[in-house]
Design a protein around this ligand. Structure first.
Ligand code: GLN
Length: 243
């Protein structure tokens, strides 16, 4: 088996090392003998694969300025991304990328950054940035239930879709409704950096499983020894939730 993974704008959407998510998925696939073909989607460059043929799409975080720079180019992909998501395409969008799937993102200068208008949600930036460690109790059936990471965003996001998890420590989408992220079909949006998949191997494997299920109709995924990743994961949970 093999998976085609597209990183979109990896040289722009990579604040806080979110490119690590690709490395983690690639390694966890290779440990299972699953070949990964990686593609870097760049502004004004033709890719050897169309978005609609991807098995996984990854998008990282960005500064407000990067989101402004990227917006016009990203809008050109709106219909392909919409159809990919509706066709159960697996997509992980972190922080600034997550925001870009809404109707708009209002930056600190009260400027509207044009977004993809794929989800009925909006983000509004505040001087009171939401920064720090974050722990969720996930809503997507993962075991362990916790998801850990760190967040650093000025944008406060509001929506009525399913959320990746409920905030147990930290702020989440807006620091008010204790919701974090957005899940819809195989789309996962989240504010968790870390990168998110580094200390949440169970989330990484969900993404791999969903992509293989969609492409090859598999029913199970061989387990890996996640003792080191989960030791780091549990250190954060034990130290922050019991502080
Ligand atoms: N620029 C956005 C914000 O500040 C996203 C930041 C990020 O991707 N970490 O909310």
């Amino acid at each position: 088996m093999e998976l085609d993974i597209i990183e979109m704008y990896p040289y722009i959407l990579n604040i806080y090392g979110d490119n690590g998510n690709y490395q983690i998925l690639k390694k966890r696939c290779e440990w299972r003998g699953i070949k990964v073909n990686g593609y870097k989607f760049k502004k004004d460059e033709k890719l050897d694969i169309s978005i609609e043929d991807a098995d996984i799409i990854l998008m990282g975080g960005a500064s407000d300025k990067a989101q402004t720079i990227l917006s016009e180019d990203l809008m050109k992909e709106r219909d392909l991304l919409y159809n990919y998501i509706e066709n159960n395409g697996v997509l992980l969008a972190i922080c600034g990328s997550y925001q870009m799937f809404g109707n708009r993102y209002v930056d600190l200068n009260k400027e509207n950054i044009r977004c993809l208008e794929i989800f009925d949600m909006e983000s509004v930036s505040s001087e009171n940035r939401l920064i720090g460690n974050i722990i969720l109790e996930n809503n997507i059936g993962l075991n362990p239930k916790s998801l850990v990471g760190f967040e650093n965003h000025g944008g406060y996001t509001y929506h009525e879709y399913g959320n990746l998890g409920n905030v147990k420590y930290g702020s989440g989408n807006n620091g008010e409704d204790f919701k974090e992220g957005l899940v819809y079909k195989n789309f996962i949006g989240s504010y968790l950096h870390g990168p998110i998949l580094s200390k949440n191997p169970h989330l990484a494997d969900k993404i791999i499983f969903d992509a293989l299920k969609r492409k090859y109709n598999i029913n199970s995924l061989k387990s890996l020894d996640d003792s080191i990743e989960l030791k780091a994961h549990n250190f954060i949970v034990d130290n922050l939730l019991n502080e």
